[in-house]
Structure formats: structure tokens, C-alpha cells
Design a protein around this ligand. Structure first.
Ligand code: ATP
Ligand code: MG
Length: 356
């Protein structure tokens, strides 16, 4: 029986609509080369024009409309001139994360050919690691409050929430990932010298989890020195795991160390598969270049590769990443953000062709 995957396709706003077709092109090429089929269902919500028409980002029955796909393939959401970001984001992407319990945010940090590296002396291949961010609790739990607001006695408190289940499940994912890689190394971000309750707890859970993975070497760094190490010695990392806040910081810093925002992909993953995972480029809707057909499609295409990896199509995923590398190595096939002249479709088509 042919392997078949149901994909919910949500292009969203701005350049999301321009890069999505290129993500789909790569997906379809992978399907035909590697013998599986992709059943796409496109959704015309979770974008700002939908909000302007209906007063909300998604229909009330959005969950029924989406049904039970194997994954969600997302473009970009947000158009601040039409809808404030906190509404467009909270009523779409952040809702998916919560509803589908996507407790891992996964991003690769990998130096690609043709992408100018802001760190001196690095060449493609030197930097290649993954960042695993806790995506549902921790410092972003919105627990707290204000006393005596607006007075001299004002008190403002916000709590960090760490649950054993929540910490252990993201650590397990990170150790599993490290265990599957040749270097089998894991780095944990901490700050137990300053945050004296939750971070020592995080450290203790890392130590407990490490006992189940005797083949994984691991270390921990305080977040301040870790950010310095990202810039000074990015070559030494393999898998880096952090709480919601630390992971957030690291997963912007990491891709910045390897060049342009236009190529970075990400996964919001539910490893237990009690709901679908969501794959999207790191970049936003880029209103400044939207509608011109010049956006870099690599972030969307690489996200397709991450989605296939998650679905078990490991060879197809690797073929897409290799095709991206081959294409970026050609100056004429790069988009404008990489100092090339290629438009979105030319670059996307070149990547699909490079797959074979
Ligand atoms: P968000 O609010 O979604 O986190 P943002 O709105 O701050 O992101 P983006 O929409 O990602 O930022 O745009 C930031 C800058 O990067 C813009 O100048 C945009 O044109 C550029 N940019 C983003 N994505 C791409 C891309 N795929 N190709 C080329 N340029 C891009
Ligand atoms: Mg934005």
C-alpha cells in the first residue's frame, strides 16, 4: 500500500502566500520521487483579511474544518497595519500550539552554502546543530499579578511554572534526538546560580533523564555564557535544550549566527502524536516585500523537509535539504536577500529540479 499523508495547508498572510506554493512544489516532487502521496487541504483562514471580514482569525469550527491531518504546513501570519500582532498570533498559531499540545519547538542551526556567515572563518558544514525549546510552560505561563497598581507601593509578580511532566517530556525529546545523531551530545541551558528554584529543578531533571541515555554525553551552561559560546564556538554544539524563555532567545540567536532569516525553518512538534505537529518558516509575513514575488522560499521548503522527517520520510527529507544546499551554492539561483536576482518561483523550481 502506498504511504499517504494528509496535510493541512495554511498559507496565512503576505509572503506566506508566495513561499507556500514552493514548499508544496518540493513536497510533491519528494512524493513522486520517493513513492508516497500527499493529500492537501488548503484553508482560507488564519490570515488578517479573514479577521477584517469576520472579526476573528479563524471560524468557530476551525478544528472540525481542519479534521485530523498528519501535519499542518503553515506559511506566515500577521499584518500589523490591519490587525495587531497580539491578536493575529494568539488567535492562530499560538492556538494551534496549545490545542495540539505542540510542546517542542525545534529549529536547526546549520550553515548553508551561499549564505554569508556573520561569524568569521566558518564554512558550510562547520555549524550544524538543533535547538529544542520547551513550548508550553516555564517563564511564559502568564501566572502573576499586580498589587497597588499606579501607586508608590506597586508590586508586580510573574511566576515561572515548571511541571515534572512538562520538563521531562521536552528533555526526553532532546535526549532522543541527541541519541540519534553521530556526536550524541546534548547541552542544557540553565541559570541555576541566579534563578534559585526552578533552574536547579531543571538541572536535576536533566541529570535524571541523562541516566536513561548512557551513550549521550551532556553538559550545561548558564544562559549568559551559552549565548557567548553560540557566537564564539558554534561548532561545538549538537543538540541544545532550553526552557521556554532560554529556548526562545537561543532559537533566534542560533539562526542569526548562520545568516539570513529567509532560510530558517521550524517545527512545533507534538512528539506523542496525540495531535498534529506544525511546520513553518521562522520568518514572518514581511509586508515590506510582499506581492513582489521576490521572497526567499528556502525557509518554507526546508520546513517541508522537517515535516517529512517527522512523518518518517527520512530519505525524502534529506533529499530536500541536499537540493537546497546545491541550489544555494549557485549564485544565479539565490534570491535578493542573498544578493542574487532569482525570484521566488525560480529558486523554488531549481530546488525541486535539484532533487532529481
Ligand atoms: P514576526 O513578527 O513574524 O516575528 P517580523 O514581522 O518582525 O516577524 P519578518 O516578517 O520576518 O519580521 O520580516 C523581517 C525582515 O526580513 C523584513 O525586512 C523582511 O522583508 C525580511 N524577510 C523575512 N522573510 C523573508 C524572506 N523569506 N525572504 C526575504 N526577506 C525576508
Ligand atoms: Mg510580523
Amino acid at each position: 500500500m502506498t504511504r499517504s499523508y494528509k496535510i493541512a495547508v495554511i498559507p496565512g498572510d503576505g509572503i506566506g502566500n508566495e513561499v507556500m506554493p514552493e514548499g508544496i512544489r518540493a513536497l510533491e516532487q519528494a512524493a513522486s520521487l520517493f513513492g508516497f502521496t500527499v493529500e492537501q487541504k488548503w484553508h482560507d483562514f488564519a490570515h488578517c483579511d479573514y479577521y477584517l471580514k469576520h472579526g476573528r482569525m479563524m471560524p468557530e469550527d476551525w478544528k472540525d474544518q481542519i479534521g485530523q491531518p498528519d501535519a499542518l504546513f503553515f506559511g506566515a501570519v500577521g499584518w500589523p497595519a490591519k490587525v495587531p500582532d497580539h491578536i493575529s498570533l494568539w488567535q492562530s498559531l499560538l492556538l494551534f500550539r496549545r490545542e495540539y499540545d505542540q510542546y517542542v519547538n525545534l529549529r536547526p542551526v546549520r550553515l548553508m552554502p551561499g549564505v554569508p556567515c556573520p561569524l568569521a572563518g566558518r564554512k558550510p558544514g562547520d555549524i550544524d546543530f538543533w535547538i529544542v525549546r520547551e513550548n508550553t510552560e516555564g517563564e511564559y505561563s502568564s501566572v502573576g499579578g499586580t498589587m497597588f497598581p499606579g501607586t508608590d507601593r506597586e508590586v508586580v509578580i510573574q511566576e515561572t511554572v515548571m511541571t515534572r511532566v512538562g520538563v521531562d517530556r521536552v528533555l526526553r525529546y532532546a535526549f532522543e534526538l541527541a541519541n540519534s545523531r553521530p556526536h550524541r551530545h546534548l547541552t542544557s541551558a540553565t541559570k541555576s546560580n541566579g534563578i534559585a528554584v526552578t533552574m536547579p529543578y531543571w538541572d536535576a531533571r536533566v541529570e535524571a533523564m541523562a541516566k536513561h541515555y548512557p551513550d549521550v554525553r551532556w553538559d550545561k551552561y548558564h544562559i549568559d555564557i551559552l549565548t557567548a559560546q553560540f557566537v564564539l564556538n558554534p561548532d561545538r554544539f549538537d543538540v541544545v535544550v532550553g526552557s521556554n524563555l532560554f529556548g526562545d532567545i537561543l532559537s533566534d540567536l542560533g539562526p542569526a549566527c548562520t545568516g539570513t532569516i529567509g532560510i530558517a525553518p521550524s517545527g512545533n512538534i507534538n512528539p506523542d502524536r496525540t495531535g498534529p505537529s506544525l511546520f513553518e518558516p521562522v520568518h514572518g509575513s514581511a509586508p515590506d516585500i510582499a506581492g513582489q514575488g521576490i521572497a526567499n522560499p528556502v525557509g518554507q521548503i526546508w520546513s517541508a523537509a522537517m515535516m517529512l522527517q517527522h512523518l518518517g520520510e527520512v530519505e525524502a527529507a534529506a533529499a530536500i535539504v541536499t537540493a537546497i544546499e546545491r541550489t544555494l551554492a549557485e549564485p544565479a539561483l539565490r534570491t535578493r536577500d542573498l544578493k542574487g536576482n532569482a525570484d521566488t518561483a525560480t529558486c523554488g523550481k531549481a530546488i525541486a529540479d535539484a532533487m532529481g
